[in-house]
Design a protein around this ligand. Structure first.
Ligand SMILES: N[C@@H](CCC(=O)N[C@@H](CS)C(=O)NCC(=O)O)C(=O)O
Length: 208
């Protein structure tokens, strides 16, 4: 049985989403970041970075949400969460990297400079710049998504779960207002029966 180490509002949602879409059994362990459980010696043995998510599958302890969802989709290739066409697979990798570097990084900079760094070290200009960076790259994605149902190929893939979660994060800080197409794509993805709770619901559940 695989074990997912998660904390619901975080990037672990990407992995839970993938596991639920695959319909495979897994054990879920909550690593409460608010209580600092990610810094316990036991958890640091699984992920020395002290971050969630992590997935343990037999002898394999894997970190990095995108590496984990790709592993899961490859392990259960028959479930069709990866494009079979070589060009579509390359496009999937392209958009996964775009999501991690061009979309998620500005969101992470905003989170750090509004909430995570010590108050006296936060840089308001960095937040303004990161918001601009996000919107510029969201517009590029918006152009790509015009007339498309899924981010890569003609079927849903793990790229859609990673992207929809990231867009939900952006939506939480009102960064999708200029790209309504991306917002409706994100909402459509979360209507899937196997979708996890939205970030706002996960936050409410932990009293955030
Ligand atoms: N690139 C990593 C990022 C993981 C990450 O930064 N997780 C955050 C929550 S979204 C975390 O565990 N933070 C705890 C900490 O840094 O102490 C991934 O995608 O898995």
């Amino acid at each position: 049985m695989m074990t997912l180490y998660e904390f619901p509002p975080t990037r672990s949602i990407r992995v839970r989403w993938t596991l639920q879409e695959l319909g495979v059994p897994f054990e879920a362990v909550t690593v409460n970041l608010v209580k600092g459980e990610n810094r316990s010696p036991d958890y640091l043995r699984i992920n020395p970075a002290g971050k969630v998510p992590a997935l343990v599958d037999g002898d394999l302890a894997l970190t990095e949400s995108i590496a984990i969802v790709l592993y899961l989709a490859e392990k259960h290739l028959e479930k069709g969460l990866l494009p079979t066409d070589r060009a579509d697979r390359a496009r999937l990798d392209q958009w996964l990297l775009f999501t991690a570097t061009e979309l998620e990084q500005p969101l992470w900079r905003i989170a750090r400079h509004t909430a995570l760094y010590p108050e006296n070290r936060r840089l308001p200009d960095e937040v303004t710049l990161a918001r601009e960076d996000f919107v510029a790259m969201a517009r590029v994605l918006d152009g790509h998504m015009a007339g498309r149902e899924f981010v890569a190929g003609e079927r849903v893939s793990v790229g859609d779960f990673v992207l929809a979660y990231t867009l939900d994060w952006a939506n939480e800080i009102r960064l999708l207002e200029q790209t309504p197409l991306l917002r409706s794509y994100m909402l459509r993805m979360y209507e899937r029966p196997a979708a996890p709770p939205r970030i706002a619901a996960a936050m409410a559940a932990i009293g955030g």
